[in-house]
Design a protein around this ligand. Sequence first.
Ligand SMILES: [Zn+2]
Length: 307
Amino acid sequence: MTDFTKGHPPMGFATNGLMRHTSERGDDALARHRHDPQARIVLFAGDIPILRHTESGLSALHPAAIRGALPVAEEVYLGTLDGSHVLALLTAADQLEAFERDGTCFVLDLRSVATQGLVPEREAGMLAEAKSLLSWHARHRFCANCGAPTRASASGFRRDCDACGTQHFPRTDPVAIMLITHGERILLGRQARFPAGNYSCLAGFVEPGETVEDAVRRETFEEAGVRVGEVRYMLSQPWPFPSSLMIGCHGIAADDSLDIDYEEMEDVRWFSRDDVALMLEDRHPDNLRTPPPVAIAHHLVRLYLAR
Ligand SMILES: [Zn+2]
């Protein structure tokens, strides 16, 4: 019998080695460490992370000197890693070509970097943090209250509007993702855009004025017609496309009848534990599978099977 608790690959973006030093963010932290020659830089050109070849593989951390030659669109003080200050830096997307030509750098979209496990685990969460923050700056240049330009403050963790005094904070969008069970069976579904054979946990954004538990119940009923009773939190995952927080839950279905919303879902099914175990290990006879370890759904399924 497979031991689902041992030796599993890590969940994407879930490990972040940074000390954040939130109390030091007053504008000084970024100003003080911006030109520190010992600082490390996490670099994005547009939405694309720029990685560095090192003797032990790829790394998200660049030496401080890389800052000198680049046009800086946005920067954020992230905190410290092994005692070094770490800054996130956004440069123009048109710098990508130069990085692609530079033999010391490696350029690939962040989703692929995580899926292929290309950086050390503790740097993956840091890349997610940098991506969400830098994307937020790039897309929130003007005040949502009065329309005037805003400026970055609090070492990059806030934007201030000098015209009306409003402070804007980085957004995090909560998404409920749920492993629904009925007796020993597990509810999984697929959207038409999924790779062939892939079945995953149902999921949806938590709406204003809604608890996570109610979002689990509502989304499951809307997508599959299944009524859910008890809901328990399991684990969560930052998902930086652009700034979601996946909140993984286990929900107990009140009954097993299905009424599938085919606008949203291509298929939803109850699977046996044995089927799901084979899907998790990519050994299912019908080539059905669960998402890879980069996705929280993989870990919700694995943790449930391990119980
Ligand atoms: Zn304003």
